[in-house]
Write a protein that binds this ligand. Structure first.
Ligand code: SF4
Ligand code: SF4
Length: 375
């Protein structure tokens, strides 16, 4: 075991392997206030990557309803029951991660889902946390709540799947931190399936190997965002890179939103893997339950999110969500627009703060037809 820095925990933690951080780390922000569970992302991923034999129950991207939904069923609650409750002293985790229990040679704390846990991807969809009185209207935080949680592999800083693999078949790419399974080396022991706290490796019963989200690496190598990001109807997703070997940059939208403004938070940071999908927490859900899912920064993140309408820099970074299919590595607010550039310095997006409104006459005299202004 070695000690590794885990910035999400505010401390070092034990992990089986040493290794420098990747040159940059692929990362995503999902705005949980905006997801409508249309599952376009799920289908985009499924049709592109997991439509083959043995992949029927594989959803590298899934969208579940919290609090009751989960795919595979109970992926998080079962691990939460095995772990002591997360204890934070300020921003420092005082409880143990999944790597810090028992014998250092033991695999990370985890569980292997049963076959039936993969049977109902949308169980619990749209179920709320309590019954809602008729006539109840929104007035801020809801007593009864639900929200949609889109999930993909987190391409973790310290992946539990990689730590658990006895074949060393799982590796993290030094150029961008994407975590992959070498299909030639994998023997299907499924230790990664048990170890991943997010249950984002899946066993293929035809090939007899484990498979997982590949971070759309062929697209990333071309400077394009992942398919789940490009296809997102709600424009809730941003895909880019975190700076790893230098201080966070104000002009990198991911660094800015995650590390500088802290408006987006990791999912279950207490597990200790350093997940790299960051969520803007849903405003209408009480902070207490959200702190169990996203750690101690929830109130601060909600405050920042609400302040964005008065803060051009913050709003500028946020209106880049879904504005283009290229990865933005640098952005700048220029007057009433925000501009984004690729890693190669090419301008790839320019978004106005206020969309222009075009009004058309309802009657088109040239064609002698009435028109609606809704299309
Ligand atoms: S989310 Fe799971 S599968 Fe993905 S890198 Fe982390 S531990 Fe591995
Ligand atoms: S496409 Fe976007 S809005 Fe639709 S379910 Fe996926 S993340 Fe949510």
């Amino acid at each position: 075991m070695v000690k590794r820095d885990n910035w999400q925990l505010g401390r070092q933690m034990e992990y089986p392997y040493e290794g420098p951080p990747p040159r940059k780390q692929v990362a995503y922000i999902f705005d949980a206030n905006k997801c409508i569970a249309c599952q376009t992302c799920t289908l985009a991923c499924k049709t592109a990557w997991t439509s083959g034999k043995g992949q029927e129950t594989m959803f590298w991207n899934n969208v579940e309803t919290k609090p009751y939904g989960g795919y595979p069923q109970g992926w998080d609650t079962r691990l939460l029951e095995k772990q002591e409750p997360a204890r934070w002293r300020g921003k420092v985790l005082a409880s143990k991660t999944i790597f810090e229990h028992g014998n250092p040679l033991d695999p990370p704390t985890g569980h292997k889902p049963a076959f039936t846990d993969y049977a109902a991807p949308n169980l619990g969809e749209d179920d709320v946390s309590a019954s809602v009185a008729p006539g109840t209207h929104f007035n801020g935080v809801h007593d009864a709540w639900m929200y949609y949680l889109p999930r993909i592999c987190n391409h973790c800083d310290s992946p539990a799947c990689l730590a658990a693999c006895p074949r060393k078949a799982i590796y993290k790419r030094p150029e961008d931190g994407i975590v992959l399974i070498d299909q030639e080396r994998c023997r299907g022991y499924q230790e990664c399936v048990s170890a991943c706290p997010y249950k984002k490796t899946f066993f293929n019963m035809v090939s007899r190997t484990s498979e997982k989200c590949i971070g759309c690496y062929p697209r990333v190598e071309q400077g394009e965002v992942a398919l789940c990001v490009e296809s997102c109807i709600g424009k809730i997703r941003m895909h880019g890179f975190l700076t790893t070997q230098a201080p966070p940059r104000e002009d990198n939208p991911l660094d800015y939103l995650i590390k500088i403004r802290k408006v987006a938070l990791p999912l279950y940071p207490q597990f200790g893997t350093g997940p790299n999908v960051y969520y803007i927490p849903p405003l209408h859900v009480a902070t207490g339950i959200l702190e169990q899912m996203f750690g101690p920064g929830v109130d601060e993140a909600k405050r920042q999110y609400l302040a964005a309408k008065e803060d051009k820099q913050l709003l500028g970074a946020m209106i880049l969500f879904g504005s283009q299919n290229r990865i933005v590595e640098r952005f700048e607010v220029q007057g009433d627009e925000v501009v984004g550039w690729s890693g190669a310095g090419e301008e790839v997006t320019r978004v106005p703060f206020t969309e222009p409104v075009h009004l058309r006459a309802s009657y088109d005299a040239a064609r002698e037809v009435y028109r609606h202004n809704t299309t």
